[in-house]
Design a protein around this ligand. Structure first.
Ligand code: UD2
Ligand code: MN
Length: 314
């Protein structure tokens, strides 16, 4: 009897988050370059082996997709954490986002910090807004980085249901230099780590100890994803953050911490819950001064920082 009730609840529970689906409508008179089934972006793969698009410059038409998504009246929640000395990155992060990030679309930033008084005044563009949330300070940068999963899980679960359609979760020690727009929207979106886009799977820094919940055996793996940017629908990102939080709790109870913290758990999650869209390293590059033949545009990049100076612990 009890079992039946449980089963009923878990099978028939109604989703709390509704992803709008209006289809991909265009209109007479919208002019854009003719797409081709023969000619596309060369030199890179633009689709995964499970048929998810990989987004590079040259794979989409910004005019067309902006028009299509404009009609959907979407809100993109965007989270960023700045604790301790990382508040120094906020000005560049926010100012550059206002130049390049979902310009013309509704964006709600949720900024988590232990130092609200250090949040700079940045003028928000039309339909962009910022909410600052105070969170407790932590002594280890690893705990700050990993703790994001639980805070995101709660934010989505408790607050975003009627507030947003999609969410992106971004590192703050970063800066935008080019467009990040509706081409990035999807159910579950991962971003390729800029140091591993051309590496073999056995060179990926996955967690290799079977004792950790983030363990990935040799011979498995698709890509190596960054922990500094991920997103998708509220439902999918809630499940992702909840799963990573649970797996990290099990690790903590077993006195083990995955080699790259929540990034290791994120990679395990993406291996068995394939992203529906993959963003190329244009969407999180190493440094504005670094280059690679495949990177035609740097949209979003880490900024160089002195880890020993900005982090609360080594
Ligand atoms: C090059 C490199 O080594 N990259 C790894 C390192 O990224 P990062 O060196 O990019 O980690 P990070 O120091 O940027 O920390 C991640 C984020 O946590 C927040 N934060 C962190 C510390 C702090 O005192 N205050 C604060 O607000 C902030 O939003 C920051 O952007 O660690 C990550 C988490 O394990 C991943 O494993 C990355 O692959
Ligand atoms: Mn970072």
């Amino acid at each position: 009897m009890v079992l039946n009730t449980l089963k009923f609840d878990s099978v028939f529970i109604r989703p709390k988050w509704k992803l709008k689906n209006f289809g991909l409508h265009s209109s007479p008179g919208i002019l854009y370059n003719q797409p081709s089934v023969l000619v596309g972006r060369t030199g890179v793969a633009s689709v995964t082996s499970w048929l998810a698009p990989i987004i590079w410059e040259g794979t989409f038409d910004a005019t067309l997709i902006d028009f299509i998504y404009k009609q959907q009246n979407l809100t993109i929640a965007t989270t960023v954490f700045a604790l301790g000395k990382y508040t120094r990155f906020l000005k560049d992060f926010l100012e550059s986002a206002e130049q390049h990030y979902f310009v013309g679309f509704r964006v709600h930033y949720y900024l988590f910090t232990d130092l609200p008084e250090e949040v700079p005044e940045v003028k928000m563009g039309e339909n962009h807004s910022l909410t600052v949330r105070k969170v407790p300070s932590l002594n280890r940068w690893q705990d700050i980085s990993m703790g994001r999963m639980e805070i995101l899980e709660k934010l989505i679960g408790n607050e975003l249901a009627n507030e947003a359609d999609y969410i992106f979760c971004l590192d703050v020690d970063t800066k935008f230099y080019g467009r990040w727009g509706v081409e990035t929207l999807g159910r579950l979106v991962g971003v390729i780590h800029p140091w591993f886009f051309d590496a073999l799977r056995n060179q990926f820094t996955y967690e290799r100890r079977p004792e950790s919940q983030a363990y990935i055996p040799a011979g498995e793996g698709d890509y190596y994803f960054t922990g500094a940017a991920f997103g998708g629908s509220l439902e999918d990102v809630h499940h992702l953050t909840k799963t990573c939080r649970e797996q990290m709790n099990i690790d903590a109870a077993n006195s083990i911490e995955a080699i790259w913290h929540e990034e290791s758990h994120l990679n395990k999650y993406f291996l068995y819950n394939k992203p529906s869209k993959v963003l190329s390293p244009e969407y999180l590059w190493r440094d504005i001064n670094a280059g690679a033949a495949q990177i035609k545009i740097i949209r979003f990049t880490h900024v160089s920082k002195n880890n020993a100076e900005v982090r609360p612990n080594p």
